[in-house]
Design a protein around this ligand. Structure first.
Ligand code: FAQ
Length: 311
């Protein structure tokens, strides 16, 4: 606690300025950022798994090259985000340990299975679409290193969203069976996608403080509404319907109304009981353990280099 520094920090936040790594910041601000940035990083890394599952089965060379690039981008996003979290004085080992022991959260969406090739298109369209809607305002969040990382991430997410929509447009021009596959994937991914924005504002414990600190610029519900409004129009062009009979335009509000979200399902997935949680975590732990020799070799190489320097 330091009233003088606190006043300077508050003034910077109120003026819409950026807080940098070496600036004084309240401990709770630092903790909130470590929580959010590390969860975001874990989401990118775990998020490679559902799509990575289809790289060997992509239908054409072009689609395979696109999918490989997308999954590699996600790995890159995870790495920039871990680096942004490290500027807050936490180590990557600590962050990864929290993921591997099940203490850290990652986005609920990545615990759903990818059953058909249409799921790859729908992840691009809906999951990356929701991710962009949530991440554009983060490019203006008050913590400089996070905001700057988000600029490049958003550009890449935009390519991810477009490739998914393009994949689906191609399938919709195909056979009845392919069209049915797309509709089935939309039916399974729609609700989980709109859950990505988090609980309703009234049930979101972190929102008030994160908004006050300029970390959250637009609320969970407002982002969800923007996403729904944009996506309904894209669904019409594509020729699919959303699995929500209550989804309809409300001229008075100037937005689409939508049905009740199943929050029991959301919390069950967040708390580890979704279809994929056990497998996703096991895959990450295995990758970490299989990579142990690389870390050991790098450390040994560095030890020898330092020893040589001091000879
Ligand atoms: N899943 O009080 P709030 C991607 C938790 S996109 C799991 O509202 P907050 C790209 C929340 O952590 C996905 N947990 O929390 C990609 C909190 O628990 P805690 C990643 C969730 O932080 C695409 C509790 O519920 N994007 O990876 C979820 O103010 C395709 C109460 O919630 C980001 O992480 C959820 N969906 O707002 C990759 C964006 N929602 O931590 C591969 C950055 C909420 O207190 C393929 N994060 N919770 O124990 C954010 O913008 C915010 O953290 C929110 C949640 C909006 C997600």
């Amino acid at each position: 606690e330091n009233p003088e520094y606190q006043a300077e920090f508050d003034a910077k936040i109120d003026a819409g300025g950026y807080i940098e790594a070496k600036d004084w910041m309240p401990e709770a601000y630092r903790k909130t950022l470590v929580r959010q940035i590390s969860q975001h990083a874990h989401s990118e890394i775990v998020g490679m798994l559902p799509e990575g599952n289809w790289i060997t089965r992509a239908p054409t060379l072009k689609r395979k090259a696109i999918l490989l690039a997308k999954v590699q981008d996600e790995g890159g996003h995870g790495l920039y985000l871990y680096a942004a979290a490290e500027t807050l004085g936490v180590s990557r080992d600590e962050l990864l340990d929290a993921l591997h022991t099940g203490k850290a959260k990652y986005s609920s969406i990545f615990n759903y299975p990818t059953l058909t090739w249409a799921d790859i298109g729908v992840i691009g369209w809906l999951v990356d679409g929701a991710a962009i809607m949530n991440q554009i305002p983060l490019c203006k969040c008050s913590y400089g290193p996070y905001a700057r990382a988000m600029v490049r991430i958003c550009k890449e997410e935009s390519f991810h969203q477009r490739q998914g929509y393009d994949l689906l447009l191609t399938m919709m021009k195909g056979t009845d069976e392919q069209r049915a596959m797309v509709q089935d994937a939309v039916n399974r991914w729609w609700w989980p996608s709109i859950m990505m924005f988090g609980p309703h504002d009234k049930d979101s414990p972190n929102s008030a403080q994160s908004s006050r600190w300029g970390i959250k610029r637009i609320s969970n519900d407002d982002l969800r509404q923007k996403f729904i409004d944009a996506t309904v129009e894209q669904a019409k062009v594509l020729g699919v319907t959303m699995p929500d009979p209550e989804l309809k335009w409300n001229a008075e509000r100037g937005h689409h109304d939508y049905g009740a979200i199943d929050w029991d399902e959301f919390w069950s997935v967040v708390n580890g009981h979704g279809q994929g949680n056990v497998d996703r975590l096991a895959a990450r732990v295995k990758a970490w353990e299989d990579g142990a020799w690389v870390r050991e070799a790098a450390l040994e190489h560095e030890r020898k280099r330092v020893a040589r320097e001091h000879q």
